[in-house]
Design a binder for this molecule. Sequence first.
Ligand code: DP6
Length: 352
Amino acid sequence: MTTQDFIGKENFTIHTQTVSESCPSNIALIKYWGKYADQIPANPSISYTLNHCKTNTSMEFTANETFSVQTFLAGNEEVKFAEKIEKYFRNIEQYLPWILKGKYIIRTENTFPHSSGIASSASGFGAIAKCLMALDASFTGKNSEEESLRKASFLARLGSGSACRSLYNGLVVWGKTHEVEESSDLFGVQYPDAEVHEVFKNFNDWVLLIHEGQKSVSSTVGHGLMNTNPYAERRFQEARENFVPMKEILKNGDMERFIKLVEHEALTLHAMMMMSDPAFILMKTGTLEVINKVWDFRRETGMSLFFTLDAGANVHLLFPSNGSEEQIKNFIESELLQHTQKNGVVKDVMKF
Ligand code: DP6
């Protein structure tokens, strides 16, 4: 498929309408870090879609008014966010030709704490894209569920790259790779269920909130710094190569190799930040303390507790949900929680 396949229908009938949609967040195992023009990723990525961390959004569209956007986050007006959405809507007009023909009031709420530092752009843009597709169905006629989801993923990508993976459950791939049929740089695709070992279908993700509040460098700026990073090309190549072992591991359930690969990806992401010009570090002391304790725990117990990181200080603690995770949970509560800012932890699962 090409961008042309997503051009919107010119015959539409608009009317005033409110739609509501919900979309979960996701956590990448092979990371997207670096992109080209029009939100084309420099390498393919794969993520788990979370079950509890979600954004719920309602979009009130008033037809035939001058185009404007007003946004509210948890009841509070957010002018900066509205400006971003306004720009985004102008940018996607060719895909939804009716989009600038009215005014919007968008109310959005996250099920996870606002200041937690958990990326809300993925679930946020995912929910907005779903709302837009709901309006589109009512203005231009219904498409199949499959087409509508694919276009929502395509549109979400143009808002925030990682958002395109949030439209599907389970494991989701974004970016062209020969290892996954139908994969595309333009939208996310579900990783085939039949190719995933049972151990990976029921997993915990406990997010330790090491540092709440604003990050020193945004993801968008971070992606941009890959343009001048001397290690970028090697990194993109490695991420592409990592799909080969990832595919084998997901099929045969090799937890040891999975842990090694996922932690390597997380550390590589942060190594790239340190090798950027200007360099930046998003990990905090607590992040490193938790990582070292996780490694010690694994060495001592042999249990499958490991971590990944997104573009921030928080640590995503991953461990299978197989009925024998009590010891891991106790360890987290007694040894790791002390490294968070306010005993902050968000307990999520990936179940499919
Ligand atoms: C580290 O999707 O937030 O979480 O496309 O500029 O909005 P933009 O960036 P964003 O980047 C996410 C980066 C990451 C890795 C990942 O989710 O794959």
